[in-house]
Design a protein. Structure first.
Length: 78
């Protein structure tokens, strides 16, 4: 396993609070809130919808570990 995959898995596990193997809307909201903590920004339902649209490539309503890994790879490659 590459270091990128391990890094991705650690972050994913941190936000998969119910250990279901997916990040659902509630967990995604918590992730977005943590990412914006310290700012005055309030995460909206639109933010969650937009994040799901970008991350949920199979449109099942949750973010799988594989989908999350693709995001991390895209960010790291930039």
């Amino acid at each position: 396993m590459s270091s990128i995959e391990e890094f991705s898995r650690q972050i994913f596990t941190r936000f998969d609070k119910d250990k279901s193997g997916t990040i659902d809307r509630k967990e995604l909201k918590g992730m977005l809130e943590e990412l914006t903590s310290g700012s005055n920004y309030k995460v909206t339902e639109q933010d969650i919808n937009d994040a799901l649209k970008d991350l949920d490539s199979n449109n099942d309503g949750v973010v799988s570990e594989a989908e999350f890994l693709e995001l991390v790879k895209a960010i790291v490659s930039e």
